[in-house]
Ligand binder design. Structure first.
Ligand SMILES: [Zn+2]
Length: 89
């Protein structure tokens, strides 16, 4: 049986081949969920699924989209939002 600290499913179980040829069970952190549009909930493109440690060492330009509301709204929702703002609705 695995160690008590590994009985939780919060870590992903990965079978890894070690240099000796045997397969060992490793426990790895799960990836965060895909970034979603704040309005329609569709998955956003161009936003990587990085954990805290990886996000810290990644430039901001690679973690977001260079556009107004980039990384929080999808292009279709942004277009609709801008149109409604311009029309004063
Ligand atoms: Zn959207």
């Amino acid at each position: 049986m695995v160690a008590p600290r590994h009985r939780s499913r919060s870590k992903k179980r990965v079978h890894k081949r070690v240099p000796g040829g045997a397969t060992k069970l490793r426990f790895e952190a799960r990836k965060p969920k895909v970034a979603k549009c704040g309005s329609c909930g569709r998955a956003l493109r161009g936003i990587p699924r990085l954990g805290n440690a990886a996000a810290k060492n990644t430039p901001k330009s690679k973690k977001t989209v260079a556009r107004a509301y980039g990384g929080s709204l999808c292009p279709a929702c942004l277009r609709a939002k801008l149109k409604s703002q311009i029309r004063g609705q």
